[in-house]
Design a protein. Structure first.
Length: 22
């Protein structure tokens, strides 16, 4: 996985986790 891919995947994961906590 490239750094560019991680740059997309990590914020998406954080966003989903934040929504799951609501």
């Amino acid at each position: 996985m490239t750094a560019a891919e991680l740059d997309d995947v990590i914020p998406a994961s954080v966003y989903l986790l934040a929504n799951a906590g609501e």
